[in-house]
Design a binder for this molecule. Structure first.
Ligand SMILES: [Zn+2]
Length: 222
């Protein structure tokens, strides 16, 4: 079955992972529609970056209001008063937002149903998942089944990054011919700085380490 005649919805944040997935999806599907969730991110810059990239790539883009999530589950991504901290002793990091992917994928499925799209693409990844339970493959597969039962459709959730580490995600962007675009225009930094970011926060460190590692290995091969 060719996916070239099919439509997909992508859960799109404007970060490295979902932008790489967007380029992947554009190669796979006839049409890709991006949805971005506004859950009161500290940096509205994130929504701006997502809009800019969607516009630049000429993709239909919708921003959905999910600020209710911030009301229910305050976290370091939405509240300045909560520090970004890595989880210690098996605890989840302060950036974990309870129920985020559960809600996002459910709304993405409703959007997909409305738009006549069978496919849902997300950049979740179990490899670097910082212990987030809703980034696990088992969760995504289980939700896929629930959504199909609950909405009565045959959605297929695609997770091209599920088993990749950051280095391999850079490689995928490079294989798609988009490494420079992803490096320069996406936003991963917890402090809302595009491209290379602040260089200090956990997201920047992970992103940077992956890129350095990928470059070193590529140079060695040349
Ligand atoms: Zn940063």
């Amino acid at each position: 079955m060719s996916l070239k005649n099919e439509k997909a919805i992508i859960v799109f944040s404007g970060g490295q992972d979902s932008t790489t997935c967007l380029f992947w999806a554009l190669e796979q599907f006839k049409e890709v529609i991006a949805v971005t969730f506004d859950y009161g991110q500290r940096h509205s810059e994130e929504l701006k970056v997502a809009s800019d990239i969607a516009e630049d790539l000429n993709i239909e883009h919708h921003i959905l209001d999910m600020t209710l999530l911030n009301q229910l589950a305050p976290n370091a991504l939405t509240r300045d008063s909560i520090e970004v901290e890595e989880g210690k002793d098996g605890e989840l990091p302060s950036t974990f937002v309870e129920g985020r992917n559960l809600l996002f994928f459910s709304f993405a499925a409703i959007a997909a149903s409305q738009k006549g799209a069978k496919h849902i693409v997300t950049g979740v990844c179990e490899t670097d998942y910082s212990g987030y339970p809703d980034c696990r493959d088992a969760f995504v597969k289980s939700l896929n089944v629930s959504l199909n039962l609950g909405i009565g459709k045959d959605f297929v959730i695609h997770t091209p990054l599920m088993w990749l580490d950051k280095k391999e995600t850079w490689k995928l962007a490079d294989d798609l011919g988009q490494l420079n675009y992803v490096r320069d225009y996406t936003l991963t930094c917890y402090h809302g700085i595009r491209g290379q970011g602040c260089g200090e926060c956990p997201a920047c460190k992970l992103r940077r380490a992956g890129l350095d590692q990928y470059r070193r290995e590529k140079e060695r091969e040349l």
